[in-house]
Write a protein that binds this ligand. Structure first.
Ligand SMILES: Cc1ncc(COP(=O)(O)O)c(C=O)c1O
Length: 373
């Protein structure tokens, strides 16, 4: 029984066409700045993100580490959401490696409200640690793939600029937000001081993330990447996958979004108590009875569906180009049955009306990979 793997879009694997592009890629030594394919990717990605320069990095965590390092001196403070990837899921790297202190605000589904964030931008005093930068994440992973409105990002960015503070935008899934809103990535990217874009998630490249910013910041980041052991040689074969992803895998994200809505809708019809969160991109949040998430995930796995668990009563389902609409429908039925069998918790019924789906339903693309994990 092939598994339908909806744990994360990080599991996507290169298509045949992408492998061909990788095979044919001209390469050189990137430490000498001689890899033409990396050059091309960095120039292309910088423009896409509304920035002047970019650096190809081995992972989203490394790109975040460098982006925050550029903005926050040792002992300085980064303000971010309590559910942000930089504080929840990067092994404490920012503090451990760069002496960054973080202070967090609590948001609703990861969405940054300027009226909550801007008052936190305290001016430095002799004894208060000085805020050096704010970090936003778009779309927001643990918030359920939610989209930061451009206006909110612009307002927070302006407040930071006025105070000489930086804004780091973790754009691991920025392409999802852009496709969902029918807007260019640069509408968010140009507001940031430093911004990332993962190529290895929904975009389907095997490895890599872009960090974009000004030429002098990127030059500094390139040196720090070397210090951290992240300088690479003929990585053009990987950059070629990134270029292929930018050429062929951005618009099709709308299919992943349609598949995510399909799953949410199917579960909502049969287990409405499990669906209290909107679905704006390729992530669906499902609520179980208290303490039951692990059991439901285990039962789903026994039926060939893999989902991830965010906490003891929350499951996360992520669609991507390695699962078809047919597989998503199959998985939705299995999850709906399991959740319908759950005792009904005191769900926040009002939330069920908070449907912010503004996407245009698109026909699903058949792209099932047979040999899943
Ligand atoms: C929002 C966000 N930022 C950064 C990362 C880190 O990316 P990587 O796994 O490539 O280090 C992830 C990983 O899932 C993520 O979801």
């Amino acid at each position: 029984m092939p598994l339908i793997d909806l744990r994360s879009d990080t599991i996507t694997r290169p298509t045949q066409a992408m492998r061909q592009a990788m095979f044919e890629a001209p390469v050189g030594d990137d430490v000498y700045g001689e890899d033409p394919t990396i050059r091309q990717l960095e120039e292309r990605a910088a423009a896409l993100l509304g920035q002047q320069a970019a650096l190809f990095c081995a992972s989203g965590s490394l790109a975040n580490l460098l982006g925050v390092w550029l903005l926050v001196p040792r002992g300085g403070e980064l303000l971010c959401d309590s559910q942000a990837h930089v504080v929840r899921a990067e092994a404490g790297a920012h503090a451990a490696l760069h002496g960054v202190q973080t202070r967090t605000w609590t948001s609703r589904r990861g969405l940054a409200d300027p009226t909550d964030v801007i008052p936190l931008l305290a001016e430095p005093t002799p004894h208060l640690v000085s805020v050096a930068a704010v970090e936003l994440e778009n779309s927001h992973n643990f918030g359920g793939g939610t989209i930061q409105p451009v206006e909110a990002v612009a307002a927070i960015a302006a407040a930071c600029r006025q105070r000489g503070m930086g804004l780091h935008l973790d754009g691991a899934r920025l392409a999802n937000a852009a496709v969902a809103c029918h807007r260019p990535l640069a509408d968010w990217g140009r507001e940031a001081t430093t911004v990332t874009l993962c190529l290895s998630k929904g975009l389907g490249a095997p490895v890599g993330t872009i960090l974009a910013s000004s030429p002098d910041r990127i030059a500094r980041a390139r040196q720090q990447r070397k210090r951290l052991g992240g300088g690479w040689r003929q990585a053009g074969v990987l950059a070629a996958a990134g270029l292929h992803a930018l050429d062929h895998h951005i618009d099709r994200l709308a299919h992943d979004h349609a598949n995510a809505r399909l799953i949410r809708q199917t579960v909502q019809e049969r287990a409405p108590q499990a669906v209290t969160d909107p679905c704006q991109t390729n992530i669906v949040i499902l609520r179980t009875a208290p303490g039951q998430a692990e059991r439901v995930a285990r039962l789903a796995r026994q039926q060939g569906v893999l989902v991830s668990q965010l906490d003891s009563a929350t499951l996360r389902v992520v669609t991507h180009l390695d699962v078809t609409a047919g597989q998503c429908a199959e998985a939705a039925d299995i999850l709906a049955d399991l959740l319908a069998a759950e005792p009904v918790p005191a769900a926040d019924q009002a939330d069920q009306a908070d449907q912010t789906d503004a996407l245009v339903a698109a026909p699903a693309v058949d792209r099932r990979a047979t040999d899943q994990v």
